[in-house]
Design a protein around this ligand. Structure first.
Ligand code: HEM
Length: 412
């Protein structure tokens, strides 16, 4: 073990809000690829091959221990219990045999043709949002575009009315707090949000059962009622997951991606010159996913003890798989920090995970980006960033900025 290996020390809480966490993650890759952080109480895994393997290695579990209700004050215990029981139904943290069973149900609704079928409606939403934006001046891109688009699309996908969008933002925000933070003190906002979402969806599903329509939610309800291998509680839990998973992530991807394009004028010019070329647009989206992603990392727990790069992992220990680091690993991608929309192997990024829990919404997130970018760039030929770095969200898992000042154009 070299000196460097013994001396490097990285706290995942501290890199959460960094404008550019890649250099420090790269040091981990080179010096201590399976790094123990006492402050984070977790292993930090950063090399491409290891992160990829971590996603499908059964020694790493997705299910997580939840603290007992008794540690909380009495008034909160029922809400907490309901939250813990909802989380147990989320496929993203479910193990076999539950996981394939839940995923199968979701696959009956989120089919490629159902997603592709949303293309015209997404294009309409994009046009509406663009029409509401001024021609010149500064806006907050997150507020005007990156937030409302994915939120509206996911509501559309599931079949929820537009009137729920305001609440949806608050709920997703609060659920996100629970995912990217350490400690029990942060469990209240997500627990209350999940309770409100459950109440809303319970009522909504009851009404739709009586009066079915033709959205994915109706197919999911029908699929559940047909074979009854999934409970209504499981259906609701996974709808909460969709609402959340399809929202903050895509929002981050849109704003991170636009920022990177603006900061790379050569690439922006190449894209602007080829907006009709679907392969170039799709390649740009893939490179944005690789270069910027929307997530730092995903959490796993050791299901058993094992050795990894000479480190002894004990059963139950937390393991962070840094997809952002993997996507910038020079062992995998040539000149990895270079943003290159023509890169041939961008698609091998790990931004949607890998293996059994591979993102179910990947095709939808890609579609949203592919539909949104061309009209946005056509309407605004001179986009720029008027201020330097705005603070990044202080979240260990989600990587994005809560707001992004964007200059749409200068007056003459
Ligand atoms: C840029 C956008 C997105 C990113 C970066 C992203 C990323 C991810 C990642 C990394 C995973 C794997 C989690 C793990 O292995 O622990 C995942 C799973 C998942 N994603 Fe996404 N996602 C995005 C958009 C969406 C959308 C739009 C939806 C909803 C329609 C969605 C639904 C899901 C679901 C349901 C899972 C769990 C799959 C399973 O456990 O089998 N995601 N996502």
């Amino acid at each position: 073990m070299s000196m460097a290996e013994r001396t490097i020390r990285v706290n995942p809480n501290n890199i959460a809000g960094m404008a550019d966490p890649v250099p420090i993650l790269r040091r981990l890759q080179d010096e201590d690829p399976v790094h123990w952080s006492p402050e984070g109480n977790a292993w930090m895994v950063t090399r491409y091959d290891d992160v990829k393997r971590g996603f499908h290695d059964r020694r790493l579990a997705v299910s997580r221990p939840m603290p007992p209700a008794e540690i909380f004050e009495e008034e909160f215990r029922d809400t907490y219990r309901a939250y813990a029981s909802s989380l147990k139904t989320w496929m993203v943290i479910a193990e076999p045999p539950d996981h394939p069973r839940l995923r199968k149900l979701a696959n009956r609704g989120l089919t490629p043709s159902a997603i592709e079928g949303l293309r015209p409606q997404i294009a309409e939403l994009v046009d509406e949002l663009l029409a509401a934006m001024p021609e010149l001046g500064d806006i907050d891109f997150v507020k005007s575009f990156a937030y409302p688009l994915p939120a509206s699309v996911i509501a559309l996908l599931i079949g929820l009315p537009k009137s729920v969008l305001g609440d949806l933002h608050r709920w997703s925000d609060d659920i996100a707090k629970g995912l990217g933070a350490a400690g029990e003190d942060i469990i209240r906002p997500p627990a209350h949000a999940a309770a409100e979402m459950t109440a809303y969806l319970t009522e909504f599903i009851a009404a739709r059962r009586k009066n079915p329509q033709d959205a994915i939610i109706d197919q999911l309800i029908a699929a559940r009622d047909d074979d009854e291998t999934v409970t209504t509680e499981e259906l609701i839990g996974n709808l909460i997951l969709f609402l959340f998973a399809g929202h903050e992530t895509t929002m981050n991807l849109l704003s991170n991606g636009l920022r990177t394009l603006i900061r790379n004028p050569g690439q922006m010019a190449d894209l602007r010159g080829n907006l009709e070329d679907t392969a170039v647009v799709a390649g740009t989206v893939e490179e944005i996913l690789r270069h910027d992603g929307a997530l730092f990392m995903l959490t796993r727990f050791a299901a058993q003890e094992f050795e990894w790069h000479g480190r002894h992992i004990s059963k139950g220990e937390k393991i962070y798989l840094y997809c952002l680091a993997a996507n910038h690993d020079a062992r995998k991608f040539a000149d990895p920090d270079r943003f290159d929309i023509r890169r041939a192997d961008s698609k091998q990024h790990l931004s949607f995970g890998y293996g059994p829990h591979f993102c179910l919404g990947g095709p939808l997130a890609r579609l949203e980006m592919e539909v949104a970018l061309p009209p946005l760039l056509r309407r605004y030929p001179g986009l720029s960033l008027p201020v330097g770095d705005v603070p990044w969200r202080n979240n260990m898992s989600l990587r994005g900025q809560p707001s992004m000042q964007l200059r749409l154009g200068e007056g003459v």
